[in-house]
Design a protein around this ligand. Structure first.
Ligand code: SAM
Length: 337
């Protein structure tokens, strides 16, 4: 490591990447139990006093936007729709200047009811996770019989103007790998933008197996049997998804190949967990405690300095392919997906 210090006013790392996209987890709890994410009985949840309060989340968002150049805020979890103060937190974020773009990653349950209030509070758009269109499969995969609620949530988001509505799907071998074309047909029919995400080693059970995961290449091959896909000429920038035009466009489909096509060199993300820890990467094994600093009286300048120091140490890559790779101690649901 060099002795150079981070630039004032931005979340820069020593490889020159600048983080402008903040993922904020608002809770580690979820109302689904997706088999590839957490066990049937759930996890030891964070204790209430350990969670950032709505005001604390608001303060850290202000520091991120006003002092550190964050321009995109994505709320996630766990399931962010079950955070009681969500609408107020979104409202506080949308009052910041310069106003960040605001989005939410959700399983969609209850979104039909909440979408109008979220839109009114300033939410710009949503990503809804949906891995199957078959009700029985959905029940087995999520251990809850809620496909209808998710589909209603998607429709409610579109009706409320939370657009583009994006759909995130994870394909798993022997579970739903045959559904790639059907999911794309569904997304096209409803005007949703579909993104497939490669399964990552972030499950609480540590059951991920590189040799069993469905790769980006396999996903594209499956889609290619039913659709004409051409690389999207639009600039990718720091977007995690590579996109393709479907049947000549303008509709597109994306693949997030975190494992087999890593995009760490362009990563512009910083993460805040529901208990106030900054993470430089989903796969980081270190965290920087902002909650403790905040609760012991640190001013905004000090919080910004700590956040910058955390990002300065961001590794060049996630290292999944490195033989020394260690899965982070916290699962995806606790980090914020
Ligand atoms: N509850 C919200 C939802 O369902 O979108 C937000 C949190 S969830 C952890 C975010 C996304 O992570 C979902 O799309 C989910 O499918 C995905 N996910 C969870 N575990 C994963 C894993 N091991 N690999 C890839 N994606 C995963």
């Amino acid at each position: 490591m060099t002795a150079v210090q981070p630039l004032a006013g931005a979340l820069v790392d020593r490889y020159g990447r600048i983080a402008r996209d903040l993922r904020v987890s608002l809770t580690d709890k979820c109302n689904l139990r997706c088999t590839y994410c957490m066990p049937a009985e759930g996890l030891p949840w964070l204790a209430g006093p350990d969670l950032l309060t709505d005001a604390e989340v608001g303060r850290l968002l202000r520091v991120a936007v006003e002092r550190l150049g964050v321009t995109e805020v994505r709320f996630t979890g766990g399931e962010p729709l079950i955070r009681r103060g969500l609408v107020d937190i979104v409202g506080a974020a949308s009052a910041l200047r310069p106003r960040p773009r605001l989005s939410l990653t959700t399983n969609g349950i209850g979104l039909d009811r909440l979408a109008p209030a979220l839109r009114a509070a300033g939410l710009d758009r949503v990503n809804v996770s949906l891995d199957t269109l078959d009700a029985d499969r959905f029940h087995r995969l999520t251990r809850r019989d809620r496909l209808g609620a998710v589909l209603a949530g998607l429709a409610g988001a579109a009706a409320a103007g939370l657009t583009p509505v994006k759909v995130n799907s994870v394909l798993m071998r022997g579970v739903n790998e045959d559904e790639a074309p059907a999911l794309l047909r569904f997304a096209l029919a409803h005007g949703y933008e579909l993104r497939f995400i490669e399964q990552m080693p972030l499950d609480a059970q540590h059951g991920w197996d590189r040799s069993a995961m469905v790769t980006a290449e396999e996903i594209l091959a499956a889609l290619g049997t039913a659709f004409d896909l051409r690389p999207d000429p639009a600039e990718r920038g720091a977007a995690p998804a590579e996109t393709w035009l479907v049947d000549g466009g303008p509709a597109r489909v994306g693949v997030i190949g975190t494992v087999t096509r890593p995009f760490c060199g362009d990563c512009d993300r910083t993460r805040l967990t529901a208990d106030g820890q900054v993470r430089a990467c989903l796969f980081a094994t270190e965290e920087t405690d902002l909650r403790g600093a905040l609760r012991s009286g640190a001013d905004d300048a000090e919080l910004a300095r700590r956040w910058q120091a955390a990002m300065w140490g961001k590794r060049a890559g996630h290292g999944i392919d490195d033989p020394t790779f260690l899965q982070p101690a916290r699962p995806m649901s606790a980090i914020g997906g």
